[in-house]
Design a protein around this ligand. Structure first.
Ligand code: DGJ
Length: 375
């Protein structure tokens, strides 16, 4: 009898654990999936299809090496944004040492978009080849017919090989060549960077692509927004209609501005971008920008964070802006609170984006839910 009671007690506990529902966002805290495990989808992005949100991210592992891709890109699904079901690893790293995505490479900031023309889910991510640090600086692409994968790896490369950006005047070429001998970080060197010194030196090899996001516009044109020129300048590169390559139309943004972690969205015809500065895994103050065109000019709107620890983006770094489906002007700022000593423990900071006289405002909340937008 005692045994029967113990078994019944055990099952009641399991049921509570499995079915306990999240009813709010609790930024920075452990976020359990529907199996009760902490969500493992860092530097991620979200796609919405047929009533379901799919959250893709870097699958981190324990220990200092956990930031390299030992498994691949994970996916979680949800209907309400609070409760997420683990759909497994949808892009797996390979055991083949000759593969570009061999186990131990670096895969960061995966973003998936749906291509209406081809019916394919297209994943772009930042790829660093195994044992080469961050020097490869490549954009990589994979596809799937199903949001839950498996994604098939296609290729990686540096964008815009041999193509000059549309918003940089060629007349600076002489300045650029002379500036090559300048000492880094001097005002003259920064001016030379602004004038395209690094664009020119990477022209043959292709432009660097590290931190990145993909933005699909209302007209279905898509863009890769990537930290380039050694993270000094953001590049906005248009994707081809199938989203698998580049059209050669590209522009620079904030030359020598040192921006990482771009996240883009649009409200009432205005494009907004949130970025961070460049301090590795440590947090810094976020930046925000707006523009009437994806190609710029982008106007700086300053740090969108207000209140305590605003100068550290509440100990997090931007990764994506998620539009709440079917709701006008409801946008969620998604950010990572990295834990480089044990990356698997990294948490997520999701906050509602507020607007004030054309500026973006991010305020800290210990706990909030989607009713926030109705108040
Ligand atoms: C900051 C970037 O935003 C991350 O994605 C990652 O590349 C780290 N730097 C590596 O230090």
């Amino acid at each position: 009898m005692k045994l029967i009671y113990s078994i019944a007690f055990f099952f009641s506990l399991t049921t509570v654990a499995v079915f306990s529902q999240n009813k709010a966002f609790i930024p920075g805290m452990e976020w359990k999936d529907t199996d009760g495990a902490h969500i493992n989808a860092h530097g991620g992005g979200v796609v919405f299809r047929d009533g379901i949100y799919y959250w893709y991210g870097e699958y981190k592992t324990a220990g200092r090496g956990g930031n390299t891709a030992l498994q691949g890109v994970s996916c979680y699904s949800s209907k309400d944004l609070y409760n997420w079901k683990n759909e497994g690893i949808v892009l797996k790293v390979e055991n083949n040492p000759n593969s570009e995505i061999t186990k131990g490479c670096i895969i960061e900031r995966p973003k998936v978009v749906f291509n209406k023309k081809t019916g394919q889910y297209v994943m772009w991510f930042h790829l660093e080849l195994k044992n080469q640090g961050y020097s490869a600086a490549r954009a990589a692409v994979a596809v799937s017919d199903n949001p839950k994968g498996p994604f098939k790896y296609i290729k990686s490369f540096r964008p815009n090989k041999g193509v000059w950006p549309m918003n940089l005047d060629n007349k600076f070429n002489s300045v650029v060549i002379r500036a090559k001998r300048l000492e880094s970080w001097t005002p003259e060197w920064l001016t030379a960077v602004k004038n395209g010194m690094l664009v020119r030196s990477d022209l043959e090899r292709g432009q660097m692509s590290r931190d990145m996001t993909v933005y699909v516009d209302d007209d279905n044109h898509a863009y890769l927004i990537h930290s380039s020129e050694d993270n000094l300048t953001l590049h906005i590169s248009e994707l081809t209609d199938d989203y698998l390559d580049f059209t050669e139309k590209w522009a620079r943004m904030e030359p020598a501005g040192h921006n990482e972690a771009p996240a883009v969205f649009k409200k009432n015809g205005i494009y907004y971008m949130i970025t961070s500065g460049c301090t590795g895994w440590d947090p810094n103050a976020a930046r925000s920008f707006s523009s009437k065109s994806i190609w710029g000019p982008w106007e700086s709107l300053g740090n969108p964070c207000v209140g305590k620890e605003a100068e550290l983006t509440f100990h997090s770094q931007s990764t994506y802006v998620l539009p709440v489906q079917g709701k006008k002007d409801q946008f969620i700022f998604m950010a990572d609170r990295w834990k480089p000593s044990n990356p698997i423990d990294g948490t997520y900071v999701w906050l509602p984006i507020q607007f004030d006289k054309g500026k973006l405002i991010l305020k800290w909340f210990d706990k909030w839910d989607l009713d926030f937008y109705n108040n």
